[in-house]
Design a protein. Structure first.
Length: 326
């Protein structure tokens, strides 16, 4: 497998951990995710393979890739070809410099989601807010009805922070709770994570929340169809990458099941295992060339390969030469 070059910009040359790992993700990340990030940061500036990462942490290559995807999905890292870079390295550095100077700059267009989170409100403050703020009292009562159990002070503190810090209206938080419970996700840590994501995306009205939920359901339906085409066993809720890839293939680009199955078979024949990124690269190549049906894909392959090489219904060298695999 091709090596992945680790290039972390401003973090190179030091073994530092960005503060947002602790401030935002410490309670959501699994042990393997944290270990993978520490290994990546320790080897910044070097080229390592997924196998090397997996061997160091006693993980399979697919698990190692999932660990990288975890941090990419949360906006800490981004892929640039074969390299990993900090998603907001300059912003992080600027934020640290500002903190060191103990100065506060208030932007007129500040994002809903703030860069760090303060400690949750304590019990007396929660009680005071419930007594003085009818809207929050309504949210606290409604949340307990939706989740089906009394909420602790810490749980109520999460809801209060989503409202006060992240700017989510009471009615949007109510829809958030209903959405998470409908997916059998009752944990407040999960609810907080989804709520912060909604705030970051500007989901600040019931209309936007409803469209967000519909989009999620469309993506889940698309992945259900794709996993059936690939013959994959259900392993719980699909990941963000799985949902978005399936939605792109089916709903945006209009690929039919025969073409998707061909992409899956090419991947397994070539790599010996299923890889979402590899399949996505194959389909992106077809899409760029305007090939959507089986006939169009086969004509594309016939056109691009010399006559003497036309022995298979696809050309592995041509497929792996495209940008999506670099």
């Amino acid at each position: 497998m091709k090596n992945i070059k680790i290039d972390l910009g401003g973090w190179n040359g030091i073994f530092a951990v960005p503060v947002e790992v602790v401030d935002k993700h410490i309670n959501l990340a699994k042990e393997k995710h944290l270990k993978a990030l520490l290994y990546i940061l320790r080897h910044c500036g070097e080229a390592i393979s997924l196998e090397a990462l997996g061997d160091a942490l006693k993980l399979s290559a697919s698990d190692a890739e999932e660990c990288i995807d975890f941090w990419v999905e949360r906006g800490l890292l981004k892929r640039s070809g074969d390299s990993l870079e900090p998603e907001t390295a300059q912003d992080s550095i600027a934020s640290e410099n500002n903190s060191a100077k103990k100065s506060e700059v208030v932007s007129q267009a500040a994002p809903l989601r703030k860069p760090t989170r303060t400690a949750r409100p304590d019990g007396p403050y929660i009680t005071k807010r419930i007594m003085q703020d009818a809207d929050f009292a309504f949210l606290a009562d409604t949340a307990q009805s939706i989740i089906g159990k009394p909420l602790s002070t810490g749980d109520l503190g999460i809801l209060l922070n989503l409202h006060d810090m992240d700017g989510l209206p009471i009615e949007v938080i109510t829809m958030l709770l209903q959405f998470c419970v409908s997916r059998e996700k009752f944990g407040m840590k999960y609810i907080e994570s989804v709520g912060m994501s909604w705030a970051h995306e500007g989901i600040d009205s019931m209309e936007k929340a409803e469209e967000k939920i519909k989009e999620f359901e469309r993506q889940c339906d698309a992945w259900g169809m794709v996993s059936n085409i690939f013959g994959l066993k259900s392993s719980g809720s699909p990941t963000k990458n799985q949902r978005e890839a399936a939605n792109r293939w089916l709903n945006e680009w209009g690929y039919e099941r025969e073409a998707l199955r061909l992409a899956y078979e090419i991947c397994v024949d070539t790599k010996g295992e299923y890889s979402l990124r590899y399949i996505d690269g194959i389909i992106k190549k077809w899409h760029k060339k305007g090939a959507r049906t089986i006939d169009e894909i086969e004509r594309l392959d016939t056109k691009e390969r010399p006559k003497q090489e036309r022995k298979a219904s696809y050309d592995i060298k041509l497929i792996e030469s495209i940008d999506e695999f670099k």
